[in-house]
Design a protein around this ligand. Structure first.
Ligand SMILES: [Zn+2]
Length: 347
């Protein structure tokens, strides 16, 4: 199964970064309807897939002056080969949908890579239209000296409706699991000078039948509610979701239902690495793991490339396999987000 979006509906709207915002919103409305029946983990409710060239001159959002780095420290750098190897290993488990044996194996794999770290579970049972499933968000905490928390999330479950199709979710589920494991490698060690960083491998991001407010985001809806009750939400300075970030043809959307200043800060970090051509050539609202937190006022951003293959054909398709991915893309996103954390620490 794959999104029902037709090539026509993506191409019909000549709206790009050059167009005024109000016009882009107007043009996006019919697309919202066109996408309403899409079975998607990360359902695009509007998007702009016009053929805007990826260049600095046409990028949607220039960095704001206050987003400039406060110092000239060397840019952080992930080990992209290792991150890519994690993606390969995670994908090799096969389908990892909620309730499956492979899902349990992947939980153990993640925990094995977090030995010695401060790890917590947010585990519960989700009552869905396909029955009850155990859901387990895995949280690794890396303390900092500054008061406040930066949260990075990425889902590790794979699409449930495609469970019998050979679907392995290399990009959608695999890349997000892997980049978080690599972030853990980068954060482990001495107490950070900046904010505490919490990594969350989220579960139950995918719908079990048809994406809706009640059939999607099982893990993060639970976690956001829990963190609201225990006061954690108030301590979160920024929250960033990683999803589908391994596409060799990397084109991160500006996800407009996020927090503008945080989206701008991510862009400024990308500029520091010279990666801005991979950011924000397209924009639109996307439903993903950031939504339960946005609804509660947490500064949030979704870092996602929902343009996976021509007309997004690899998304939720058995063609979502390792050969479509590139270590360079993991590096671009990995370095950019680590730099964003560094810039948040300076604020
Ligand atoms: Zn998905």
């Amino acid at each position: 199964m794959k999104p029902t979006t037709t090539s026509e509906s993506w191409q019909a709207f000549p709206c790009g970064p050059r167009w005024p915002l109000w016009l882009r919103i107007c043009l996006a409305l019919p697309l919202t309807i066109a996408l309403a029946n899409t079975v998607a983990c990360t359902k695009g409710t509007s998007a702009d897939a016009s053929a805007a060239p990826k260049s600095e001159s046409t990028a949607a959002t220039p960095a704001s002056p206050e987003a400039a780095p406060a110092d000239s420290a060397p840019l952080p750098h992930i080990d992209s080969k290792r991150a890519f190897q994690y993606t390969r290993e995670v994908t090799a488990f096969g389908p990892r949908y909620m309730g499956s044996e492979n899902h349990k194996k992947l939980e153990r794999y993640i925990l094995d890579h977090l030995k010695g770290d401060q790890v917590e579970d947010d585990a519960f049972t989700a009552d869905t239209v396909e029955g009850k499933f155990p859901v387990r968000n895995i949280i690794a905490k890396f303390p900092g000296k500054k008061d406040g928390i930066v949260v990075i999330l990425g889902h590790y479950d794979t699409n449930y409706p495609l469970r019998n199709t050979g679907y392995v979710g290399a990009n959608d589920g695999g890349s997000s699991t892997a980049i978080l494991l690599e972030y853990a490698n980068q954060l482990r060690g001495n107490k950070r000078d900046g904010y505490s960083v919490w990594l969350v491998w989220t579960d139950g991001e995918e719908a079990v039948k048809t994406w809706s407010d009640t059939d999607s985001l099982y893990g993060t809806r639970h976690l956001a509610e829990k963190w609201e009750k225990d006061g954690t939400l108030k301590k979160i300075k920024a929250l960033m979701v990683m999803d589908m970030i391994g596409d060799a043809d990397l084109d991160i959307n500006r996800t407009t239902n996020g927090t503008a200043w945080l989206l701008d800060l991510i862009y400024a970090a990308a500029e520091r690495g010279g990666y801005q051509s991979h950011f924000y050539a397209t924009e639109g609202a996307i439903e993903d793991d950031h939504v339960p937190f946005v609804k509660r006022g947490v500064p949030s951003a979704d870092v996602i490339d929902l343009d996976y293959g021509y007309n997004n054909v690899f998304h939720h398709s058995p063609q979502d396999t390792m050969d479509k991915l590139s270590p360079k893309s993991l590096e671009i996103v990995g370095d950019t987000i680590l730099e964003t954390i560094h810039m948040l620490d300076q604020r």
